[in-house]
Design a protein around this ligand. Structure first.
Ligand code: ADP
Ligand code: MG
Length: 603
């Protein structure tokens, strides 16, 4: 029988290092967090060979006292919490006191630090194996430098898992960018193999912050970004979300910070997806940089050693809050009066509708549109209807009059002039020319109307002729029982008929033909995981979306000028009218300066 014995300190640290230090980027993240916790305002990072040869990080933070230096390298040694209550409302990024010890156990580490009024700095070094650190005097301004050389030199198994230098560097750069987005009041520089690769000065003003954002997320994100600012009780959300027209094929531009800590969380991802659901193509991912501020007591950050995950005490209200705030922000996107000057006619939020459309830089959406315009049959498409000319003259006169009588008269999308190929409406507004995809626009308007009607009245229900039994787990049955009221509101009449049996008696009328059993299961799964469910309304939305698509003007139908104008006015009054139900834009603006450019006309 093998004997049980205690593991020695070094081995413990190396085991722990496996969790905290998986690759060079993880070291950089931990060191950066320490610098931020120490109140640094400038952090300089230097790397060699993707961080595996050298990671040196220097800050101008509070520094570490001489007698604390050896302790900083021991496991479970921290200055950040002392008692359990501290853990429950921890505001610092670190608190587990294991990062430096873990890193030191798998590298050659040197820590140099000076506090504000010390005569000079002090330094400790240690080399994987020997953990008894000796403190020597050194020279260093106030602040701390940590030097990590030869990462994993004593753990060959780990070293083998290191990727190419550029790959590891890429991960480090991502880590630095994430942290840089969390602290605009700190400056960061990153050098790799003696070359400066990232320089982010302190960003105080709005303009400076937007510059950093553009540097980190790319200028295109900034151009399509919509500022978000919402508050409900103890929850505060601000930041930027990209318009649906700037969606991504990967979920690679999604930053979410909870009290300044970057996290990845299923509940958050789900809430954001929901908010985008009827304005985004399937398979596309929204882009966002969002900051949630919440009472630290309402969120548990001690879920995982890397602290990438959190657990919200009241997940449901957080989910609802995120969903509602973002849904509203996206809903508010509609044509706005941008004044009369050509330059401002396309509101910033609609950047895609300006130059990008003409210049072809708008994010191309690869999917085939659900709706295919039927080409006009010979003759019919190009012909001019009797009366059309008179209508156009009338419309043009209206526009002229509006222009003459003053400025505020012209509505944002202007007045219709003509219909193009039975597909597009050509209109003139203060900024120049507007093109509208009439089917896409009408579809959105119809959908929003149906949704409003659906929401204003109670959900129309329909009893099932034969009630349907559904076998579920006891957990699900309990959940169903405690949410009977909520399920009723959704239009689902469910009763518990046994330990593990439910009976479905009533469903929303529109969904009578859906796969009801699956729907109920999905709803219960959502209730268990998120405390709420949008399945039924999702289904209704999907259904209404299909109905709206079929109920809207098809291509190649001739509209009269008054009909076209009323469509334009409807668009201005409709939420989310910037995109159709499939996420395609419904209109584009082509400004006068752009037209001038086409004709090389100087103005
Ligand atoms: P934690 O951050 O969880 O406390 P670490 O092992 O990362 O644990 O750091 C241990 C301690 O060393 C910290 O609590 C802090 O007091 C000190 N420390 C580490 N890095 C710095 C730094 N850059 N500036 C000042 N103090 C630091
Ligand atoms: Mg730390």
């Amino acid at each position: 029988m093998p004997k049980i014995h205690l593991l020695d300190q070094r081995l413990c640290n190396q085991i722990a290092a496996g969790e905290v230090v998986e690759r060079p980027a993880a070291v950089v993240k931990e060191l950066l967090e320490n610098s931020l916790d120490a109140g640094a305002s400038q952090v300089e990072i230097e790397l060699e060979q993707g961080g595996s040869k050298l990671i040196r990080l220097r800050d101008d933070g509070l520094g570490i006292d001489q007698e604390d230096l050896p302790l900083a390298l021991s496991r479970h040694a921290t200055s950040k919490i002392a008692v359990l209550e501290d853990l429950e409302r921890v505001a610092s990024l670190g608190f587990r006191g294991e990062a430096l010890a873990s890193i030191a156990s798998v590298s050659r580490l040197q820590l140099t630090s000076a506090v504000a009024d010390a005569a000079h700095a002090w330094q400790v070094s240690c080399e994987g194996r020997d953990q008894s650190a000796e403190v020597k005097p050194a020279s260093h301004p106030r602040g701390t430098t940590v030097e990590v050389r030869d990462l994993f030199f004593n753990t060959p198994a780990r070293r083998k898992f290191l990727r190419k230098e550029q790959t590891e560097f890429g991960h480090i750069e991502d880590a630095v960018k994430r942290i840089a987005l969390s602290r605009f009041n700190v400056g960061f520089t990153l050098r790799h193999n003696q070359r400066a690769t990232l320089q982010l000065p302190v960003a105080q003003t709005q303009a400076e912050q937007e510059k950093r954002l553009a540097r980190v997320c790319g200028p295109a994100f900034m151009e399509h970004a919509l500022a978000v600012d919402a508050q409900a009780g103890p929850l505060q959300l601000h930041g930027w979300v990209a318009l649906p027209t700037f969606s991504r094929s990967q979920a690679d531009l999604q930053y979410f910070f909870v009290n300044g800590r970057c996290i990845r969380d299923r509940l958050v991802t789900h809430a954001v997806r929901q908010a985008y659901r009827d304005v985004l193509f399937h398979g596309r991912h929204p882009a966002y940089v969002l900051y949630l501020e919440i009472d630290p007591a309402l969120v548990d950050v001690n879920v995982h050693p890397t602290k990438h995950e959190v657990r919200f005490r009241e997940g449901r209200s957080v989910h609802d809050f995120l969903f509602r705030s973002l849904h509203q922000a996206l809903a508010d996107v509609r044509p706005e009066s941008g004044g009369n000057s050509a330059a401002t006619a396309a509101p910033e939020a609609f950047a895609f509708s300006g130059g990008s459309a003409a210049a072809g830089t708008a994010q191309p959406l690869q999917q085939t549109p659900v709706w295919q315009p039927s080409l006009p049959s010979t003759g019919a498409g190009g012909g001019i209807r009797p009366g059309a000319v008179a209508e156009q003259v009338a419309a043009y006169t209206a526009l002229q009059q509006a222009a003459d009588t003053g400025d505020a008269e012209i509505p944002p999308l202007g007045y219709a002039l003509a219909q193009l190929k039975g597909i597009y409406i050509l209109a003139e507004n203060a900024g120049g020319m507007v093109l509208v995809d009439m089917h896409a626009a009408h579809e959105r308007i119809t959908l929003e109307r149906m949704k409003a009607a659906q929401q204003s009245g109670d959900v129309r229900r329909q009893p099932l002729l034969v009630p349907q039994s559904i076998a579920v787990a006891e957990r699900e049955a309990n959940c169903c029982e405690s949410h009977i009221g909520l399920l009723q509101q959704l239009g689902l009449g469910l009763d518990r008929a046994g330990e593990e049996l439910l009976v479905l008696r009533e469903v929303p009328a529109l969904l009578a033909h859906a796969n009801l059993e699956q729907l109920v299961r999905d709803v219960l799964a959502d209730l268990l995981e998120f405390g709420g469910s949008t399945r039924v309304s999702d289904h209704l939305d999907d259904l209404m979306s299909t109905m709206a698509c079929h109920g809207s003007v098809r291509a190649n139908r001739r509209l009269t000028v008054p009909e076209m104008n009323s469509l334009l006015r409807d668009m201005e009054a409709t939420e989310r009218s910037g995109q159709c139900n499939h996420g395609r834009p419904t209109w584009v603006q082509i400004s006068l300066p752009e037209l001038d450019k086409w004709f090389l006309r100087g103005r």
